[in-house]
Design a protein around this ligand. Structure first.
Ligand code: AMP
Length: 184
């Protein structure tokens, strides 16, 4: 049973690493970004509400995200553990998750922070060519990351739960570093 939280800036490789480890440990990869992109594509009510925020590189309001993550963690496949990628994105989401997991009598096994310098991130994001990967939006997403998401790192560090992995390394060696921490 593994319950993992991935932190790190946009472009750090969270999604790539989460997919690999989801296969390795046979646990669902829960990416709020993927869930939101699917909702936008299908033009569900959630997708319609989220679209503008995503296109601008802003965070989608918490009231659209919190129920979504609560319901996702209640799905049967999440009994085996999970990897959260892209959530929590601010301190209020982290506090919500802490309360939810306490209610469920669960705790995360690892909170992993993938560290990558900003200039490398911009390069990687520009190469990715996703709809929200144009230069203005990238800059906005990095600003929001520093303002709203960096405090989440301290949230977990204050609880002695944080592990840092350098994400600016070949993909395989980042995977190996993550596994070493997870399996120790
Ligand atoms: P990501 O794929 O994680 O980079 O997310 C893409 C976009 O989806 C972000 O720029 C936000 O607009 C939105 N998003 C994803 N996860 C969250 C979250 N936990 N809270 C708010 N917005 C989110």
């Amino acid at each position: 049973m593994k319950r993992l939280i991935f932190l790190g800036p946009p472009g750090a490789g969270k999604g790539t690493q989460a997919k690999i480890l989801s296969d390795t440990y046979q646990i669902p990869h829960i990416s709020t970004g993927d869930i939101l992109r699917a909702a936008v594509k299908q033009q569900t009510p959630l997708g319609q509400k989220a679209q503008d925020y995503m296109d601008r590189g802003e965070l989608v309001p918490d009231n659209l995200i919190l129920d979504l993550i609560k319901e996702r963690l209640a799905q049967p496949d999440a009994n085996q553990g999970w990897i959260l990628d892209g959530f929590p994105r601010n301190v209020s989401q982290a506090a919500f998750l802490e309360t939810l997991l306490t209610e469920l009598d669960l705790a995360p096994d690892n909170v992993l922070n993938l560290e990558v310098p900003d200039d490398v991130l911009v390069e990687r994001l520009l190469a990715r060519k996703r709809k929200d990967d144009n230069e203005d939006t990238i800059r906005r997403r990095l600003e929001i990351y520093h303002k709203d998401t960096v405090p989440v790192i301290s949230f977990y560090d204050n609880r002695d739960m944080l592990k840092v992995v350098k994400g600016h390394a070949p993909m395989e060696s980042v995977t190996a570093s993550l596994k070493k921490i997870i399996e120790q």
